[in-house]
Design a protein around this ligand. Structure first.
Ligand code: 6GU
Length: 225
């Protein structure tokens, strides 16, 4: 997979890709991530990329031309499966969306800023709009990192067996059951006997029932889907 991320603040997104699982996915060449500084396509001496809104109102609007030129340059090199705009008015990210995107080859993420982007960017290029929740961030950069993380870890070969994505919370609309490691007893709190039983079937049944119980308690909306 290849992800091209367009932003006015690419430096905000560097560290998530320099550690742990995402770093290894890149080293194993299962994913390539490229950052594109929108200012490189800006106008004039100041590399301007935003301007005042037609019709007035507060805040600046990201101009169509720098973004169009940047995306067109990328599209001239390869075909993209999706051009995704990270925006609070997009579809709320969930596991199903992440699963779908993990099967794609080439993705562009466009990070919004200021009051947003000129509508014509959406009309010309954007195929999907994604939000990471009902709250407002200062820009799309952190959301792009969240989306990239959720997608990249699902690419076959990125996780090993122990980290398998199949048992994640949400993968089957259930939250995860409680887990324990050593010691067997801590401050009077003991590990459930069933986990020490060595009986794989009994353990699997217990985990499923606990997952159901926890989902019922914390997120009943997931069960009613
Ligand atoms: Cl994708 N962008 C911004 N600016 N705020 C958000 C968001 C995205 N998702 C949730 N809040």
């Amino acid at each position: 997979m290849r992800i091209d991320i367009i932003s006015v603040l690419p430096e905000l997104m560097e560290s998530p890709f320099k550690a742990s699982i995402l770093k290894r996915a890149m080293q194993k060449e299962l994913v390539e991530v490229y950052f594109h500084h929108l200012r490189d396509w800006g106008f004039g001496k100041h590399r301007q990329i935003d301007d005042e809104p037609y019709g007035g109102g507060a805040g600046m609007v990201m101009m169509v031309e720098p973004i169009d030129h940047c995306i067109a340059t990328l599209k001239a090199e390869r075909e993209y499966d999706e051009v995704i705009y990270l925006t609070p008015d997009g579809q709320t990210l969930n596991q199903k969306i992440a699963n779908g995107l993990s099967l794609r080859n080439n993705l562009i993420f466009l990070c919004g800023h200021y009051k947003g982007i000129d509508q014509r960017v959406r009309d010309l290029h954007i195929t999907k709009e994604i939000s990471i929740g009902d709250y407002v961030l200062t820009g799309g950069e952190l959301a792009a990192c969240v989306l990239a993380d959720a997608v990249i870890r699902l690419i076959p070969g990125v996780l090993n067996d122990e980290q398998s994505a199949l048992t994640d919370s949400f993968q089957d609309d259930l939250l995860s059951p409680p887990i324990y490691t050593r010691p067997e007893e801590y401050k009077g709190l003991t590990v459930p006997q069933v986990l020490l039983s060595g009986n794989a079937q009994v353990i699997e049944d217990w985990r499923y029932n606990e997952a159901l119980k926890i989902t019922q308690e914390k997120r009943p909306d997931l069960l009613s889907k």
